[in-house]
Design a protein around this ligand. Structure first.
Ligand SMILES: Nc1ncnc2c1ncn2[C@@H]1O[C@H](COP(=O)(O)OP(=O)(O)O)[C@@H](O)[C@H]1O
Ligand SMILES: [Mg+2]
Length: 264
């Protein structure tokens, strides 16, 4: 109204060390997704600077930014954002635009194996359960061996058992050395991180370490979750997170011809 400007993020200063697992909580509209988009180089901040390792991201061209996104960061969204017309394997192959085709297929198959979906590569998203779709999305996120995974409410559309399977995968990735930044509404998910940040009105209002013995008790059960496939779960409705979908389309536009022929 009038001249007032709403800052989706306001004076946020955040340093994440390599190897950390950080969760972000906060009410709807508090700026969690905006922060993820900026950390993930999908949006540029109107002011301020972003650095990833020794690279100053805020000074990069769009092309350089697209490369950093593709090679160093994996994204996982609440609504999976898979291409529905094509197979799980093709979805996982999308980020491998700089990889030789024969090698890309092997690499994508290995990523699907890593999330326990080696047998599901030829299925389309409509033939998979919600949890399986999210596992395909995680395979796509890790296929280029990123240093950092950004996950925006990855269990938000899943039942609690399936959510545990997804969290088990994040723990395995974290244990392998990947840095994870994960947005969640669920406290029992948030405390599975080493550190949890609470946002309110575009600001970080709390940034605390999770007690390690408490955390270990919580994740013990998660890590023991069975990873079998659930055929009883129905297929999942298509993506409705417009911003995330737009971000993914933006990503695809920056990619080569092979991505274009997969795009919807
Ligand atoms: N595309 C957009 N254009 C303008 N304002 C937006 C846009 N997306 C989000 N916002 C606003 O930015 C603030 C933070 O939104 P968001 O980061 O999506 O919050 P959260 O993920 O915590 O729910 C909110 O006030 C929201 O209304
Ligand atoms: Mg959000």
């Amino acid at each position: 109204m009038g001249d007032s400007v709403v800052h989706a993020l306001d004076g946020v200063g955040l340093t994440i060390q390599s190897g950390e697992f950080v969760s972000i909580t906060g009410p709807s509209g508090s700026g969690k997704s905006t922060l993820m988009h900026i950390v993930g180089c999908l949006d540029r901040p109107t002011s301020g600077a972003l650095q990833l390792g020794d690279k100053v991201i805020s000074a990069m061209s769009d092309k350089q930014l697209a490369q950093v996104r593709n090679r160093e960061i994996g994204f996982v969204f609440q609504t999976f954002n898979l291409i529905n017309r094509t197979t799980a394997l093709d979805n996982v192959t999308v980020p491998l635009i700089y990889t030789r085709r024969s090698y890309a297929k092997k690499t994508a198959e290995a990523a699907l194996e890593r999330v326990g979906l080696g047998a599901r590569g030829r299925h389309k998203p409509s033939e998979l359960s919600g949890g399986e779709c999210q596992r395909v999305a995680i395979a796509r996120a890790i296929v280029n061996n990123p240093k950092l995974i950004l996950a925006d409410e990855p269990t938000g559309n899943l039942d609690s058992r399936t959510g545990k399977q997804i969290m088990r995968i994040f723990h395995e990735l974290h244990d392998s050395g990947i840095t994870i930044l994960l947005v969640t509404h669920e406290m029992d998910v948030a405390v599975q991180a080493n550190r949890t940040i609470h946002m309110l009105d575009g600001k970080i209002v709390q940034d605390i370490a999770v007690d390690q013995s408490y955390r270990e008790q919580i994740i013990e059960a998660v890590k023991a979750t069975e990873m079998h496939l659930h055929r009883e779960e129905g297929p999942f409705p298509p993506p409705d997170d417009e911003r995330a979908t737009a971000a993914l389309q933006h990503e695809r536009r920056g990619a080569s011809a092979r991505t274009t022929d997969l795009a919807e």
